[in-house]
Design a protein around this ligand. Sequence first.
Ligand code: PMP
Length: 371
Amino acid sequence: MTKIDDLPIRDELRGKSPYGAPQLDVPVRLNTNENPYPLPEPLVRRIAERVTEAARELNRYPDRDAVELRTELAAYLTRTGGHEVTTAHVWAANGSNEVIQQLLQTFGGPGRTAIGFEPSYSMHGLISRGTGTGWISGPRNDDFTIDVEAAVAAIGERRPDVVFVCSPNNPTGTAVAAETVLALYEAAQAARADTGGALVVVDEAYGEFSHRPSLLPLIEGRPNLVVSRTMSKAFGAAGLRLGYLAADPAVVDAVQLVRLPYHLSAVTQATALAALEHTDTLLKYVEQLKAERDRLVDELRAAGCEVVDSDANFVQFGSFEDQHAFWRALLDQGVLVRDNGVPGWLRVTAGTPAENDAFLDAVRAVLKENR
Ligand code: PMP
């Protein structure tokens, strides 16, 4: 049988495995930071209507520039992000993973490097590799906040072309202060003055769940700063595949150089527009999830776990001598959480109150067994 490594694939892909959490069929699945609430029925019907309209024109290519969708996303950001943005500031793609890929194709690539502060979202490194961009693993403090001094020093020494700042950070839940982003931005511009600066990508996939305001206002006057967002989490639409960015309009123009023509299907655009019509209802679920997230933090601490403060729709908890054994013990109780390979720690996504109760019961039961 032919194996991948028998094929003439690129050297940097040899021996690597694809990204992906286990998709196991268990009663309580809290492992992929999805929103546990299905879209409300009125929205499902509105999607059907808008997709029906779009279907009548599927013989034609979709709007290549997704202007109506970008205009609605700009209105949403202006309303919720504390900063006015226009259609020209916004770009959309199939999930924020594709947004990140387009950014790396434009600003990274062979001979260039990107840095992230780990543990963080592993796809930043994997998409870097996929686009031929060298990956640099930067440091974090023991409490999972960014060590500003060490991060600034790493940027100065390694001189990356792209800097990733994930806020709130996956998998730790840690939000990053605006001053920290500004310090990293200044360091990155100084380090790469030779190329006109480095691109700083603030990944706000979980921005809506934060106790803190969005970092969106930081794009003002900083053409090398990008904020990326997604409809996968707060909008409860992971299956839709819709991510977007806000930045200086020049960045939006730049990614046009690498985007595939008609990358966002007419069905995707119609569905996302329908979801945006129901923003207020969807954001009410976000409020419920934030309250459940806070409850998970409190109850895990009460049960004797260590818990990292969370600004996301998930919580990193520990600390276990063997986190994988604890992960397996929870699975035996029918609860699937995520082992991101952070030694001693696991990550649980905030689910419905009933799912969270089941998870907390399982944690208490496993802790009791191990006592
Ligand atoms: N950024 C972060 C930090 C994430 O955790 C995720 C999803 N797990 C993404 C981006 C990508 O999400 P999507 O492609 O669904 O928009």
